[in-house]
Design a protein around this ligand. Structure first.
Ligand code: PLP
Length: 376
């Protein structure tokens, strides 16, 4: 089968290998068969390895849904009665966690800071000192909306000193940026299969401290479908998901994990570095400006400032690139007009070089100046 290859420079889902795409084409199977449960058991064990999580302390729990389901589940399931969540918020994804707290009516502190910077650690310390009832500290590892990487190890240390559980949204970093759940002081991390693992959409997973999940059995139950203990307990007792799993997506994830371990964490990280370096270079060559300081960037997302050019039109440039096999993505910074180029997926530096030829063609076609112009 010949499948058209698109280069996705959006922040996930990412470009996948053909072998991962084809892994979805399997004989029909009822997911209650032992064969399928056996595959999920191995998958859960292998997901722990991606986070370097020791199997005697951590467990991986699978869910059917996009990455946001993990945020929802962790927040609604892991907060004891009468306690508070502290959200260290410097971007769109932590703001999503704040909204989830609002929807569930969870007591929370929204410790908001500039989306262009890393959070101020002394403000985190102060918030913890002033709020002894904080039992859950939450942040985002890589704020995909801007490309800022957050200092989770330091925040985690403060959370633990305070006796709080530390939950981190690692959706857009796990499997891409080296991460060690214990060294990074994380109790719960999460991702969905279509980002770092380069599989398909529809499977999400939480990797977390098993003792904390067991403790949460007695916490208030705020959701039925999205309760962490319920799903964990069902897996432990039966080896199955409580409700129907995304069968074909799980086969694709199995294949993607095999490919992940074949390549290895170090080589994969090096490839992501090559891709982002090619992106930085291509942007600089066109005079396009990035909005986030290089030293706090994740190395997975470049946020590019719209040029001050009357002919600039994101939609038109996007459509031109799309017609030529490349997808670019709008930014998520409400106050600044940006678009994003991301280094996720099974792409390499040559794809980025090919992309910049197309982008230059788009600039030429629509009369956008190159090098790009900025008024200040
Ligand atoms: C992609 C992403 C999510 C999940 O978004 P969905 O649209 O639900 O897949 C959550 N957090 C971060 C940081 C992400 O990049």
């Amino acid at each position: 089968m010949n499948i058209k290859r698109n280069v996705l420079l959006n922040p996930g889902p990412a470009t996948t290998t053909d072998s991962v795409k084809m892994a979805q084409v399997v004989p029909d199977i009822c997911p209650r068969e032992k064969e399928f449960a056996g595959m999920m058991k191995d998958l859960r064990a292998d997901l722990l390895k991606v986070a370097h999580a020791p199997a005697d302390k951590y467990t991986a729990v699978l869910f059917c849904g996009s990455g946001t389901i993990n945020i929802d589940i962790c927040l609604n399931s892991l907060l004891p009665e009468g306690k508070k969540v502290l959200i260290v918020n410097n971007g769109a994804y932590s703001s999503r966690a704040v909204e989830i707290c609002q929807y569930y009516g969870l007591p929370h502190i929204d410790l908001k800071s500039s989306v262009f910077e890393q959070p101020d650690l002394s403000a985190v310390k102060q918030a913890l000192d002033q709020n002894p009832d904080v039992a859950l500290v939450y942040t985002t590892h890589h704020e995909t909306g801007t490309g800022v990487l957050n200092p989770i190890r330091e925040i985690g240390a403060m959370a633990h000193e305070h006796g709080a559980v530390f939950v981190v949204d690692t959706t857009s970093s796990l499997g891409m940026i080296p991460f060690d759940i214990e060294q990074d002081n994380v109790d719960f991390c999460m991702a969905s299969a279509q980002k770092g693992l380069m599989a398909m959409t529809g499977l999400s997973f939480i990797i977390g401290n098993e003792a904390e999940i067991r403790k949460s059995k007695d916490y208030p139950k705020r959701s039925y479908y999205c309760n962490l203990f319920l799903q964990y307990d069902f897996f432990e007792r039966t080896g199955e998901m409580h409700f129907t799993p995304p069968v074909q997506t799980i086969y694709a994830t199995r294949q993607a994990l095999n490919e992940y371990f074949e390549v290895g964490e170090t080589a994969k990280f090096a490839r992501h570095r090559r891709v982002i370096e090619a992106i930085h270079q291509g942007l600089a060559d066109m005079g396009l400006r990035e909005v986030i300081r290089r030293d706090i960037q994740s190395g997975l997302v470049a946020s590019v400032l719209y040029p001050d050019d009357p002919n600039w039109n994101f939609e038109r440039v996007h459509d031109y690139c799309y017609e030529h096999g490349f997808t670019i993505y709008p930014g998520k910074i409400s106050t600044t007009n940006t678009f994003r180029l991301c280094a996720l997926g099974t792409i390499d530096a040559d794809d980025i070089e090919a992309f910049f030829l197309v982008l230059r063609d788009a600039f030429r076609k629509y009369g956008i100046q190159c090098p790009a112009v900025y008024h200040n």
